[in-house]
Design a protein around this ligand. Structure first.
Ligand SMILES: NC(=O)c1ccc[n+]([C@@H]2O[C@H](COP(=O)([O-])OP(=O)(O)OC[C@H]3O[C@@H](n4cnc5c(N)ncnc54)[C@H](O)[C@@H]3O)[C@@H](O)[C@H]2O)c1
Length: 380
């Protein structure tokens, strides 16, 4: 079993998810590689206590990421920091020769993303991927298999949504994810967008153009200190694209929705693919349920398949049990380490999002900003 020694830079919400996944690596049965977290960096020292208390493997905690990068015992880095820091930190990590799983959106804007991709190109031996865990739900893996087999026939329509209600409450105090200087002009697209792009892009379905409607619903929020401050980020984005199937060249409506003010939704990732031969729907709202309609003439019958724990990377969990968010994180990490170790993904849809897919997402979001500003269709 190869051990890859990791440093975490940005030890907040997502840093802890990785640490927890690493702590239950024994859950996975067929891995030839495992992560060991040896160093953790965060500028907030209070956050580091949890790591020191729970991980005996952590031998270094620091507030300076350069100290972590200078450590020859750190082979790879998970970086989960606010978007305004992605370009500077990711490029430094890659330049230091450390493999990187970087959080989305992989740069606060297109220029930052271009800088990261240029660094990737300059260091081809460094393995770099972008975080995106929802494709690892068993139902989505099954959908990927159907896409690979060409089961859908001609694609009629694809709807890829990620809906939150995290900002429905106007009394929720502002934080960095609602501030343009830290989160970026993309707003909710930067936060949620890679999640909706990953599977369509992996399928070879790319947007040729986009007409975007962006909404800034809550224009002011409490600052958490008794005052109020402007909240200028986009809350909701609907992107109607002309999608192109790279395989067939056929065009179809491809709709991406990323919303933080979607009443009734908590963390709902969904994908609907309608085709002439097969159609399918999945939503994390009902995470066991995969709906499939196979049409070969005659009645059109939606089948309801109860998906169990049928994962890309095998585990100790029985096949009839349920799968959830932290399982998806564990599977994504398995995919990252497996590809780092062997040089190729387990399968087409069991691979982490690539820097090139992140670049495509930036092309889309940049075009969407222009489309909304000018009320017109913009080429992607
Ligand atoms: N994949 C997912 O499902 C998912 C979910 C949430 C967030 N994210 C992404 O993860 C990233 C971080 O988001 P989060 O929710 O963990 O945020 P967070 O605010 O909980 O954590 C970010 C951490 O970075 C630290 N930090 C800030 N500047 C730093 C610096 N210079 N050096 C070291 N640490 C620094 C902060 O102190 C904080 O603890 C973002 O890119 C976000 O888009 C991904």
């Amino acid at each position: 079993m190869r051990t890859v020694r990791f440093g975490i830079i940005g030890a907040g919400l997502m840093g802890r998810e990785f640490a927890s996944a690493a702590a239950r690596w024994a859950h996975l049965t067929d891995m030839g590689v495992r992560p060991e977290i040896v160093a953790v960096c965060d500028t907030n020292p209070a956050i580091l206590t949890w790591y020191r208390d729970n991980f005996s493997s952590v031998r270094k905690t620091t507030g300076d990421y350069r100290e972590l990068l200078a450590d020859p015992g750190v082979e790879a880095v998970y970086c989960a920091v606010p978007h305004n820091l992605h370009a500077a930190l990711y490029t430094d990590i890659i330049r230091a020769g450390k493999h990187l799983l970087g959080e989305k959106p992989f740069g606060i804007d297109a220029a930052a993303n271009a800088a990261i991709l240029a660094e990737c190109a300059a260091h081809p031996k460094v393995f770099v991927r972008c975080s995106s865990e929802f494709p690892f739900y068993p139902a989505v893996q099954r959908l990927g298999g159907l896409i690979e087999k060409g089961a859908f026939g001609r694609i009629l329509e694809v709807n890829s949504y990620f809906l939150h209600s995290s900002d429905l409450d106007p009394t929720k105090p502002i934080n960095w994810k609602r501030m343009i200087e830290f989160n970026g002009a993309y707003g909710c697209m930067g936060d949620l967008g890679m999640h909706v792009c990953h599977v369509p892009f992996r399928a070879g379905w790319f947007p040729r153009n986009v007409r975007a409607i962006l909404s800034d619903v809550i224009k002011e929020r409490p600052d958490g200190k008794g005052g109020r401050v402007p909240c200028k980020t986009w809350d909701n984005a609907t992107l109607l694209c002309e999608g192109l199937d790279a395989g067939s060249g056929d065009a179809f409506p491809l709709t991406f929705k990323t919303q933080r003010i979607a009443p009734g939704e908590k963390d709902t990732w969904s994908l609907e693919i309608l085709g002439t031969q097969t159609s399918a729907r999945f939503s994390t709202k009902n995470p066991k349920l995969l709906q499939v309609l196979d049409y070969r003439g005659g009645e059109q019958i939606w089948q309801q398949i109860d998906m169990g724990y049928d994962t890309a990377f095998k585990s100790i969990t029985g096949g009839i049990f349920e799968f959830g968010f932290s399982d998806a994180i564990l599977q994504m990490w398995a995919a990252f380490l497996q590809e780092l170790d062997t040089g190729k993904p387990l399968s087409r849809f069991a691979g982490c999002a690539t820097p090139e897919e992140a670049r495509w997402s930036h092309r889309l979001f940049t075009a969407a900003l222009e489309s909304h500003a000018q009320s017109k269709v913009v080429a992607v």
